[in-house]
Ligand binder design. Structure first.
Ligand SMILES: C[S@@+](CC[C@H](N)C(=O)[O-])C[C@H]1O[C@@H](n2cnc3c(N)ncnc32)[C@H](O)[C@@H]1O
Length: 248
């Protein structure tokens, strides 16, 4: 199953600078793209699709909302949004052209567009979207604070954000255990599918640089959002958060 990977970057050399993180992500996901869907299903033990459906179910009814799916990858969440809101306008954005190419190939909906944009600096006008979504998205942002400022800017007052991602427990022992499990479990899939464990073991390193679940809630509140729904998966190692932009 494996092939020889041309991808040779190491996340430890790229994680501490926004510019280098962006460069790493683009090269990394260009390598991962062709087998990304299979890898995601395998690494989640088949649960990824169900979690994404729960993300969509947790969003309120709207007649014709504008939805922006951040770091859309191959488009899973954008397609589910288009099903839930057939009269809506769905825009999936991602940094990596090979991921967007696969999303466009999969698309047969007239109300979806896929566009190459950085989630930290989009082209959208202020208060453009009713809903912003992100599956394993903001953890990959070059700068988390900048990504949240951008979500705050493009979302209408009272608008909703739904995020699905790994969640880091505040307990340091559990954190170490989670890093190890992710490094070896995801690294195994990187090795099997790409001949390079770095391709998916990077998840562990990206989580190290991400706030723990308590810090994340504080950060969300500071950024002007309220958590209106949350649900944990696999003993709290992943979490779905639905936020609402607060009106001042
Ligand atoms: C783990 S994948 C998630 C894909 C999809 N959302 C899903 O749930 O399966 C992360 C995605 O983030 C994208 N990405 C990384 N940095 C980004 C950035 N600064 N702006 C937009 N997309 C970015 C990558 O290209 C990749 O497609």
């Amino acid at each position: 199953m494996s092939k020889n990977s041309k991808f040779a970057l190491k996340i430890k050399d790229y994680i501490h600078s926004a510019e280098r993180r962006r460069e790493y992500n683009e090269q990394h996901f260009s390598e991962a793209a062709s087998r990304y869907d299979f890898a995601t299903r395998a690494m989640s033990l088949g649960r990824d699709s169900a979690w994404k459906k729960q993300l969509i179910e947790a969003l309120p009814q709207f007649t014709a909302p504008v939805c922006v799916d951040l770091a859309c990858g191959t488009g899973d969440i954008a397609f589910l949004l288009a099903e839930k809101y057939p009269a809506g306008r769905i825009i999936g954005i991602d940094l990596t052209e090979p991921m967007l190419k696969l999303a466009r190939l999969r698309s047969d909906s007239i109300n979806i567009e896929f566009d190459r944009q950085d989630m930290g600096a989009t082209d959208f006008p202020d208060e453009f979207a009713d809903i912003v979504t992100g599956g394993y998205a903001v953890r990959n942002a070059a700068e988390l604070r900048q990504a949240f400022l951008e979500i705050q800017r493009i979302l209408k007052p009272g608008g909703f954000v739904a995020l699905l991602d790994f969640s880091k427990p505040p307990n340091l022992w559990f954190q170490q255990l989670q890093y190890l499990v992710l490094k070896y479990w995801c690294g195994l899939w990187g090795f099997l599918l790409h001949g390079n464990s770095e391709v998916h073991s990077y998840i562990s390193a990206s989580l190290r640089a991400f706030p723990d679940s308590v810090q994340l809630r504080e950060f969300i509140a500071e950024s002007g959002f309220a958590v209106v729904h949350s649900r944990q998966f696999y003993f709290g190692t992943l979490e779905l958060l639905v936020l609402q932009k607060q009106t001042t």
